[in-house]
Design a protein around this ligand. Structure first.
Ligand code: ADP
Ligand code: ASP
Ligand code: MG
Length: 423
């Protein structure tokens, strides 16, 4: 008997029929003798629907009071899911109880819309499990020190599930979703993408942080910090398939880096369309200039990603960086009003229609020439690279958004990722 956490995403919870299938799957695990905690997301489209309603009433909801209400609103999607799933289980004769994050409680900080989990009280959950109940806990949400409902950021149910698994020292956390594992890249963009049977924790961390939405980045961070065994698998297999077969399916996130690591230099390709580029042009090239430009941006709580500074000509240089697309207008306004006058730069310009494409692989540590293969491939497709950023196991390039799919497909092919991985 083991304590297992299951997480079901929005598509997997998308209709009463699908919720019944989730209940059938959970019941199978219970009947095999396991203790089950289940963390579902809102039914697909529900969080978007709720946030769109809010937008109709307050298009620019960014003050602290409005942000509190947005979280109270968005969290209701998961509340519906847990109630329905508990009923579906009870209807199959499986004792089940549902809790909202605040009832557990899952305690978070007060950063509405992107709260971080501080602690999870396991008392109530353990008592229910001991009494033979399946415990169903809302994904995506918690409660701050003042008792307000908070949400963990889009895709946050993954993080709820892994955090619950860590708090309960669960045997494994299984993330059931609408793909049957982690692929070399998003199979919606490259149909030839291959499923990875395992992926190292470090690679998964990079893939998630660089835009692969199959797991929210914080869920991977949690798994790493607390060494939670984590597997991504399909919720669309028949719910009555053999349990051992199901338990071995999908993609396992591994913490050991032995056998597989010899296999591929590049394991996956991630991309993201969520960034925008801004440039400060003709800025006097003198010590402290990066701080003069980026200091006010950081003070406004705007995250900066890729940065480049050009070689200077006649004492002036161009300085560019990327920010989240949601922060684009705010960043441009800040550069115009504060940075331009303070630095004596000539002008500022911006482009919200960029994308970032990244190759990720542990093998890049020990192989040279990987980045040059990337650059050659893009040049053969006549794709201009605007910015480059590298770390030990990834290289990212910033491109015009219209080339994103072409770049991902060409790189996927160039690095031989269409071949089934030899295990
Ligand atoms: P859920 O609602 O179950 O949380 P998400 O939509 O958040 O599901 O994540 C699953 C989706 O992630 C897939 O449908 C797929 O399009 C996308 N995805 C992006 N990159 C990858 C990848 N490398 N491997 C698998 N899926 C990926
Ligand atoms: N329902 C939330 C969202 O759509 C959380 C999640 O699905 O993980 O972002
Ligand atoms: Mg998700």
């Amino acid at each position: 008997m083991a304590l297992i956490v299951h997480k079901y995403g929005g598509t997997s919870m998308g209709s009463t029929e699908r919720i019944r299938n989730v209940a059938l799957r959970v019941a199978k695990w219970v009947r095999a003798g396991h203790q089950l905690v289940v963390v579902p997301s809102a039914m697909s489209g529900e969080t978007n629907r709720l946030l769109a309603l809010a937008k109709e009433l307050m298009p620019q909801a960014d003050g602290p009071e409005a942000l509190r209400e947005l979280d109270a609103l968005a969290a209701t999607g998961e509340q519906v899911s847990v109630g329905l799933l508990a009923l579906a289980l009870q209807a199959q004769g499986v004792p089940a109880v549902s809790y909202g994050g605040w009832q557990v409680p899952i305690r978070t900080d007060s950063a509405f819309g992107k709260a971080r989990i501080d602690s999870i009280d396991d008392t109530r959950v353990l008592a229910d499990l001991a009494a033979g109940r399946v415990v169903i806990i809302t994904g995506f949400q918690g409660m701050d020190p003042d008792g307000h409902v908070t949400t963990l950021g889009r895709g946050g149910s993954d993080t709820s599930a892994v955090a619950v698994a860590a708090a309960l020292k669960a045997h494994e956390c299984l993330i059931y979703t609408d793909v049957d594992g982690v692929y070399t890249t998003d199979p919606r963009i490259v149909p030839e993408a291959q499923r990875l049977t395992t992926i190292s924790f470090e690679e998964m961390l990079e893939m998630a942080s660089l835009g692969s939405k199959v797991l929210q980045i914080r869920s991977v961070e949690f798994a790493g910090k607390y060494r939670v065994p984590l597997r991504v698998l399909s919720s669309f297999t028949p719910p009555d398939i053999d349990l051992d077969e199901e338990a071995r399916s999908g993609t396992l996130i591994t913490f050991e880096e032995d056998e597989k690591m010899e296999r591929a230099v590049v394991s996956g390709i991630a991309f993201n369309r969520d960034e925008a580029k801004v440039s400060v042009l003709g800025v006097p090239d003198k010590p402290g200039i990066a701080y003069q430009i980026l200091g006010p941006v950081a003070d406004a709580n705007i995250d900066i990603d890729v940065i480049i500074q050009n070689v200077s000509h006649s004492g002036r240089t161009d300085f560019s960086f990327t920010v989240h697309r949601n922060d684009y207008a705010r960043t441009m306004a800040l550069l115009q009003s504060q940075v331009l006058p303070a630095t004596g730069a000539e002008s500022v310009s911006g482009d919200p229609k960029i994308c970032k494409v990244s190759i990720v692989g542990i093998g890049m540590r020990s192989h040279v020439g990987v980045a040059s293969t990337m650059f050659r491939t893009l040049s053969e497709e006549s794709i201009n690279i605007q910015m480059i950023s590298t770390s030990e196991i990834k290289t990212s390039v910033v491109l015009d958004e219209k080339y994103m799919e072409l770049a991902v497909r060409a790189l996927h092919k160039a690095f031989g990722l269409e071949q089934p991985a030899a295990v």
